[in-house]
Design a protein around this ligand. Sequence first.
Ligand code: ZN
Ligand code: ZN
Ligand code: ZN
Length: 364
Amino acid sequence: MAHAARVRRVRERMDDLGVEVLLLSTGPDLPWLTGYEATPLERLTVLVLGRGGEPVLVVPELEAPRLGDIEDRVPGLTVRPWAETDDPVALVGELGRGARRVAVGDHTWARFVLALQDALPGAAFVPSSTVTAGLRAVKDPAEVDALRAAARAVDAVVVEMRDRPFAGRTEHEVHRELVERMLARGHQEANFAIVASGENGASPHHDPGSRRIGDGDVVVCDFGGRRDLYCSDVTRVYVVGEPPAEVADTWAVLVDAQEAAVRAATVGTPGETVDAAARGVIEAAGHGEHFVHRTGHGIGVEAHEEPYLVSGNTAPIEAGNAFSVEPGIYLPGRFGLRLEDIVVATPSGPERLNSAPRDLAVVG
Ligand code: ZN
Ligand code: ZN
Ligand code: ZN
């Protein structure tokens, strides 16, 4: 009854914040709360959760067959299908009448938010993340299991790629193979697959392109998708042929930095302290200026969510937080290196969900 418990916690949080109605449409909050994901359509789907009454899911009639056993997962939920000529915004307006404080999904299309504001005059709108972000950041056991299964799937892809040829193929060809292998390993969708070879590796979010991978190239592969609603995200580096000493030495620094950050990621430690643990190792090796992004991000039904491991985040890590630990070293015009695993904070210490080998993979 994980979803029932989540609805209960959301209601408590709404009480604390004085939010009278929660409206969830497209985006991660709805599947987290109900297991159902709205199709991003011009036809509005919205869950209306008042503090008092039972939740109502306003859904286009032709989407209703996708709902599955939602009424079993979310006790008390009523499905209100609307027909092609009905006005779903007016329906939500009736359900939410009189509300003074409304939380609306962060990912809800602006055209719907604007229409809903007209339909609920006098209500102040706040983003749903004010209600959900802190709750979503603390994973329950079912969510940790889902993240673990997603991590195992991409770990298998990491290992498969160690036996694959890289030289002579374009980044885009390798990208497509990563996507296909994620799907073959049980992901329903691929969110992204960065393949950044040679000097392209110095750009952390490089778009895989037509560059042909050659002898001696260092290739950053950062990929993830979703398996049963929960995200994976892993980064490993492949080198065509034996890596030169500079690449191997820099990689050793990164492995130490990641290990230091994982060890630091204990319950009660501020997010920024974990970031500083990785940064300290990289700075000591003289590469401080080449570590150009935060150390990590939370992960769940969304690939990037709270908590963020970044300077300025003083919030302590809580048991159940799941996040990436992904330090990188980027040398403009030359190559880049990044090492990323997903970690869950538990009362007995940080637990890595990824277990694929962390060495530089030598490929052909
Ligand atoms: Zn990134
Ligand atoms: Zn990543
Ligand atoms: Zn990541």
